[in-house]
Design a protein around this ligand. Structure first.
Ligand SMILES: Cc1cc2nc3c(=O)[nH]c(=O)nc-3n(C[C@H](O)[C@H](O)[C@H](O)COP(=O)(O)OP(=O)(O)OC[C@H]3O[C@@H](n4cnc5c(N)ncnc54)[C@H](O)[C@@H]3O)c2cc1C
Length: 321
């Protein structure tokens, strides 16, 4: 059963249906100045309790509804045609669990909760935690959900970059519950109404798996001009099952399968790393935008991949350019 209220019906001293949406909407009621407040076009917040109910509400009027996770993007980018928010706080599981197949992260888990979860902190030698610590600011991580970050698909997303190199599976519901590899999920994002994300699963990796991440930004809290990540099993210096991805090119993060193939079964020597970095810089789908030129992005790709692989190889003193 959904819990539903219009903003007009909400008593001034009672929380609105969604605690996460409460701040803005309450300000709107009290100040009575809808012109200056975001989301003044929202008339209804609905809180379904099952994925099928959430999906039915979303598809009943796709132009007028949106899912609501932590609300960071919803507040900033929701078009005026949207009048109903579907609060996922009763649908999207909060929490992280580990079994022999890997890590399962509920879509309602905030990035801070994920970062603080013991299982996630040590995932792939601390790689996942290293990435999460670079996402926006702690205040934003306290609000942003894994489901929202995965669904919004910002081109510079550090979360999606990590999902790609960790071979993540996205658990979705769009009338049917199914699990889709992240690479496939992001390659096929043409659906009219993007599916509801219920969880993200990270498959188990051998103890030899290591990861490294590099993000180039103007400030510590800024989104990246470009980001890179590599994960591989390095056994006695030999590289296996490498995953290499680059994001913010300015397109959405993508794996560089030619670089991954080049690294397979190779010793991670300085020469191999230099060659892999050059290959990445050459083949990356870099373009100009107002934030950086194509040439600069190719240079950053080479430097970033070199730093990541150097870290995986455990070579000292080679981290900086
Ligand atoms: C100033 C700023 C800096 C940022 N810096 C970074 C950064 O450095 N690195 C980085 O990776 N990201 C960064 N972000 C992006 C941030 O991580 C995302 O905005 C945030 O994760 C969105 O999560 P949310 O839960 O608030 O999503 P919401 O705003 O609630 O939702 C985002 C979108 O996804 C939909 N949605 C929400 N939940 C689901 C779900 N479970 N299933 C399907 N659809 C859903 C919503 O309808 C909406 O369209 C930044 C954002 C801002 C505003």
């Amino acid at each position: 059963m959904s819990e539903t209220r219009t903003l007009d019906e909400a008593p001034t001293d009672a929380p609105l249906v969604s605690a996460r949406g409460e701040g803005n909407n309450r300000r709107e009621e009290r100040e009575g100045d809808v012109e200056d407040v975001g989301l003044h076009h929202i008339q209804l917040i609905v809180r379904p309790s099952t994925a099928s109910e959430a999906w039915r509400l979303r598809t009943s009027d796709p132009g007028a509804t949106r899912f609501l996770g932590g609300g960071i993007d919803v507040v900033l980018y929701t078009p005026e045609t949207v009048t109903t928010l579907i609060d996922l706080s009763r649908v999207a599981r909060v929490g992280v669990s580990e079994d022999r197949r890997g890590l399962s992260i509920g879509a309602g888990t905030t990035l801070s909760e994920l970062l603080e979860a013991r299982e996630a902190g040590s995932w792939v030698g601390g790689f996942l935690a290293d990435v999460l610590r670079c996402v926006a600011s702690p205040l934003q991580r306290n609000v942003a959900t894994v489901g929202g970050a995965a669904a919004r698909a910002h081109p510079w997303s550090d979360v999606i970059l990590a999902m790609l190199v960790l071979d993540a599976e996205v658990e979705v519901y769009d009338g049917v519950a199914r699990s889709v590899p992240a690479a496939e999920f992001y390659a096929a994002r043409a659906q009219d109404v993007a599916p509801l994300i219920t969880a993200v699963r990270l498959p188990a990796r051998p103890a030899s798996a290591r990861g490294a991440f590099e993000k180039f930004g103007r400030t510590g809290f800024d989104v990246g001009l470009l980001n890179c990540a590599c994960v591989a099993n390095v056994v006695r210096g030999l590289c296996g099952g490498a995953r290499v991805a680059v994001g913010g090119t300015p397109g959405l993060a993508r794996r560089l399968s030619d670089v991954e193939g080049f690294l397979e079964a190779k010793r991670l020597s300085r020469e191999t790393i230099a060659e892999a970095a050059m290959l990445a810089a050459r083949i990356v789908d870099a373009r100009d935008d107002r934030r950086a030129s194509e040439t600069y992005r190719r240079t950053l790709t080479g430097v970033g991949i070199r730093r990541c692989l150097t870290q995986l190889a455990g070579i000292e003193g080679e981290g900086a350019l």
